[in-house]
Design a protein around this ligand. Structure first.
Ligand code: HSE
Length: 319
């Protein structure tokens, strides 16, 4: 191991995702350091409120303590929400720091600005965790699948709504299932973003941008949430051997790209129909590879943290 180099990391936000990332960096430290052949050190974390469980000088509520620290190599943004997260990421990139984020809202809203800034300053901005949590679908699209013209994508991109729809099918009420999802750490701070499809639209915007080389803003995507899905709708679908899922879809037909996020009735014979609880799945078709499906946990501290730490490792290997 190169004992000389210590990769210094700062985490913005020590909530569910930031906490999960910190835990992985601590619990799997040995394997991570062996893989990158360097030491890692999480030197600072930004948190609005004090966190007595961490060393006193580790937590700060002042972003400049991180941005002004020239030793920090990688800033991991886990604040969520468009602002101040975007401003902090831009400033970190401008100061030559690599950025890893799970923030689908900020990446979808400011994709061009963030990418231009990272290019201009010669640093990386990675966001595998922003779409479908622990599933490495963006890396797959950006690397081994690059040879394809993509034809279609259908995704179950939100763990909270998939959890609610699954539990409703098992007889639980919408409200009970939502409360459960919040307790388990799947839901956004304001669960309206989950149930009204806003979170899924952000993720679909990122997928479309990478797959079809065309930026489609979240607000351009047709969006219907699950708040109006009733037990009767679910039973009606069941009697026709179908299930209701919140599907993010983009299809290229005759040169025209169409896209939506809405509840759809899916035949029980479709591979997406068996994707339950907080699991996410991305089904896609490329002209060369044919059909593919990715499946895994799309929300929660450790699955999301796993994708974040994967991005940290990719960057750390290059330092
Ligand atoms: N609220 C999101 C979900 C978290 O339920 O999928 C992961 O992006």
């Amino acid at each position: 191991m190169n004992k000389e180099k210590v990769v210094k990391i700062a985490i913005l936000g020590m909530g569910t995702v930031g906490g999960g990332t910190y835990k992985i960096l601590k619990d799997n430290r040995n394997i991570i350091e062996n893989r990158i052949c360097k030491k890692i050190d999480v030197v600072k974390a930004l948190n609005r409120s004090p966190r007595p469980e961490y060393a006193e000088d580790f937590i700060t509520d002042n972003i400049d303590d991180i941005l002004d620290n020239e030793e920090i190599d990688i800033v991991v943004e886990c604040l969520g929400g468009i602002e101040p997260a975007t401003t902090y990421m831009i400033k970190a990139l401008e100061r030559g720091k690599h950025v890893v984020t799970a923030n689908k809202a900020a990446v979808a809203a400011n994709y061009k600005k963030l990418m231009e800034t990272s290019d201009k300053h010669g640093v990386k901005l990675l966001f595998e965790a922003a779409v479908a949590g622990g599933i490495p679908v963006l890396t797959a699209i950006n690397n081994p699948l690059q040879a394809n013209n993509f034809i279609e994508i259908m995704g179950i991109l939100n763990g909270t709504t998939n959890y609610i729809l699954t539990k409703m099918q098992e007889g639980q009420s919408y409200e009970e299932a939502l409360k459960d999802a919040q307790k388990k750490g799947f839901a956004e701070a304001d669960p309206t973003a989950d149930v009204e499809g806003i979170d899924a639209v952000n993720k679909l915007s990122i997928l479309i941008t990478l797959m079809f080389d065309k930026y489609v803003a979240p607000e351009e995507i047709e969006r219907v949430g699950i708040s109006k899905v009733t037990i009767e709708d679910i039973l009606d679908a069941k009697s026709a051997s179908e299930t209701i899922k919140l599907i993010g879809r983009a299809t290229l037909r005759d040169g025209k790209l169409s896209y939506s996020v809405k509840p759809e009735r899916i035949s029980l014979s479709h591979p997406l129909s068996g994707v339950d609880n907080e699991f996410n799945a991305v089904y896609l078709r490329g002209d060369m590879v044919g059909e593919l499906m990715f499946y895994g946990k799309g929300a929660g501290a450790l699955p999301t943290g796993s994708a974040i730490v994967g991005d940290i490792i990719s960057i750390a290997k290059t330092l």
